[in-house]
Design a protein around this ligand. Structure first.
Ligand code: CAA
Length: 258
């Protein structure tokens, strides 16, 4: 694991927390931060003591986007050689649930990071947006794709073309975030949700995430075949026996992720 210069991390009650930590620049995501986030996600994905991962800002702001100072001197060839977004792709390969807790600004690359997570809990006064157009560029880490899938073509185009900020209320109404809560409760409510999910059968969580993800990018038929295989696969697990026996014996199940 690399030294953590741009994030803070800790784990409690089966929940691993990644806190973005570049407060002087409103948590602008530089390349180091993206690497640190990704390596932590991948490390926890393999760690049995962590069941769910929360990504949060510093309670005032989630993040104001990718680090503009770092990108300003780039050209197409340097970006191609850096393969800048390859690490972002790997976020989508993490098997465990990831929940974003959003306070304040969630812009550009930060919005793309939030949309790469599985669930989003937002402060009532959080602000989302893709202001890249004001910089003469556009989102490059999945923003146009994921926003369009969530909101539909016309609405996504309007937000992406105007670069205006979207309120948490609008984000909620359009299925972009899961729930909105009072600003001071965002982290607490996200942790409550994370702890609840962390108690569920680990293999079921994993197979459900895989199956739901499949449904986003594949035909209904293909996704249903995939879902079925995962359903059958879970019947080879000890947790399926434990879960069903516990129901029959009228007791709480003790899941082991096996
Ligand atoms: N990159 C680098 N530094 C940033 C930054 C960013 N994205 N956002 C803010 N900062 C820095 C500011 O330069 C400033 O630093 P100094 O104190 O040294 O001047 C500090 O953070 C505080 O910011 P402001 O003084 O601007 O704070 P504010 O409250 O007045 O405004 C804001 C807040 C409206 C979010 C404004 O900071 C802003 O517009 N930031 C840029 C937002 C943006 O364009 N994000 C998209 C980036 S491009 C991208 O993300 C590409 C991609 O798809 C990967």
């Amino acid at each position: 694991m690399v030294n953590k210069e741009t994030i803070k991390t800790w784990a409690e009650d089966g929940v691993g927390v990644i806190q973005l930590n570049r407060p002087k620049v409103l948590n602008a995501l530089n390349r180091r931060m993206v690497t640190e986030i990704l390596l932590t996600l991948e490390e926890w994905d393999k760690d049995d003591s962590v069941a769910v991962i929360v990504v949060t800002g510093n309670y005032k702001v989630f993040a104001a986007g990718a680090d503009i100072d770092e990108m300003a001197g780039d050209d197409s060839i340097s970006l191609e050689l850096l393969n800048q977004f390859a690490e972002w792709d790997r976020i989508a390969w993490v098997k465990k649930p990831i929940i974003a807790a959003i306070n304040g600004y969630c812009l550009g690359g930060a919005f793309e990071l939030a949309l790469s997570c599985d669930l989003i809990v937002a402060a009532e006064d959080a602000q989302f947006g893709f202001p890249e157009i004001n910089l003469g560029v556009m989102p490059g880490a999945g923003g146009t794709v994921r926003l369009t899938k969530l909101m539909g073509r016309a609405k996504a185009l309007e937000w992406l073309w105007t670069g205006e900020y979207m309120s948490a209320k609008t984000a909620l109404e359009n299925g972009v975030v899961n729930r909105t809560v009072a600003r001071e409760l965002v982290f607490e409510e996200t942790m409550k949700l994370a702890r609840k999910i962390a108690k569920q059968a680990p293999l079921s969580l994993r197979m459900i995430k895989e199956s739901v993800n499949k449904s986003v990018d594949h035909s209904t038929y293909e996704a249903m075949q995939f879902e079925r295989k995962n359903f059958y696969m879970l019947f080879s697990s000890e947790d399926q026996k434990e879960g069903m026996n516990a129901f029959i014996e009228k007791r709480k199940p003790n899941f082991k992720g096996k």
